[in-house]
Design a protein around this ligand. Structure first.
Ligand code: UTP
Length: 276
């Protein structure tokens, strides 16, 4: 059985919706309570049994790498004090996980960012988390649910979907497909569209920032031309594999907060604060 070992975090976007703060602080380093957004994504990957974290960054995002490294000065200043325990959570991650990084030299789209990671991933299936989609649930994490499904369909890519209001659909990739027999939440995808006008959308099933991708995706991405907004879109590449019957969409259990938007960050913060 194919096992997923690596989780890819494409985090080379500019986060323009958070300007001016993203001029010097990457969107992924904005806090939800006392942890940066990216840490929630890394913790989700760990909860799915993954310890190999591959990050596609750019030259302005050095703080992400620094965050997951020990900070000798702070540690020596607070050792033997009560506050030392505040660093335990992130130190635990640094000890347990291997982090690798590669630079996306130009912002050419999510598909291009994923293709850039090929040297970090190699010829194996892998998970992808877009950390600005912060997913919270009480049971198995969204990624753990997807890996379980992938293990039953090891030749297929898996995309996480949720129903969104028609008025929001233009922000997302949308799928059309057939329910897989005996299931209420798993579709074999026939077609996929990126950021459609809602009036043209076949369904309201929107793709969110969790994927399991087979290594076939790299060959497809290599030949994928820029699409919507002049970017190389992962949706266009997945559409090629969907035509071969190799993409499954999964309506996950849990709640997603769109932390690529100010509203989503406030909602996630408020939810986590009231449950802390
Ligand atoms: P977004 O569409 O949210 O773009 O990217 P963005 O640049 O991060 O933010 P805004 O829209 O300007 O506010 C979705 C995901 O794809 C990554 C982003 O880092 C984010 O995780 N991405 C996007 C890349 O890594 N490279 C790209 O060229 C584009």
């Amino acid at each position: 059985m194919n096992r997923i070992n690596k989780c890819l975090f494409p985090v080379a976007g500019f986060g323009t919706r958070f300007l001016p703060v993203t001029k010097s602080t990457p969107k992924e380093m904005l806090p939800i309570l006392t942890k940066p957004i990216i840490q929630y994504g890394v913790e989700e990957a760990m909860s799915a049994g993954l310890t190999n974290m591959a990050m596609v960054t750019n030259k302005y995002k050095q703080s992400i790498k620094k965050y997951f490294e020990p900070h000798a000065y702070i540690e020596s200043s607070i050792k033997d004090t009560a506050i030392k325990s505040l660093l335990d959570e992130v130190n635990y991650i640094s000890r347990r996980c291997d982090f690798t990084y590669i630079e996306q030299k130009e912002r050419l789209g999510l598909g291009h960012a994923i293709y850039t990671a090929k040297p970090l991933i190699g010829n194996e299936s892998f998970a992808v988390i877009l950390p600005d989609d912060l997913c919270i649930n009480n049971g198995n994490s969204v990624l753990a649910q997807m890996i379980e499904l992938y293990n039953q369909h090891p030749d297929s890519c898996i995309v996480a979907i949720e129903e969104v209001p028609m008025s929001e659909l233009h922000k997302y990739g949308v799928i059309d497909g057939e329910l897989i027999e005996n299931s209420i939440d798993t579709y074999r995808v026939n077609s996929m569209f990126e950021k459609l006008d809602p009036k043209d959308a076949p369904t309201n099933l929107a793709i969110i920032g969790r994927y399991i991708l087979t290594p076939d995706i790299f060959n497809v991405l290599e030949n994928t031309s820029p699409g919507k907004n002049g970017e190389i879109q992962i949706t266009d590449a997945l559409m090629i594999l969907a035509k071969q019957g190799k993409v499954i969409a999964y309506k996950f259990q849990g709640t997603r907060y769109d932390c690529g938007s100010v509203k989503g960050v406030i909602e996630a913060t408020s939810h986590l604060y009231s449950n802390s």
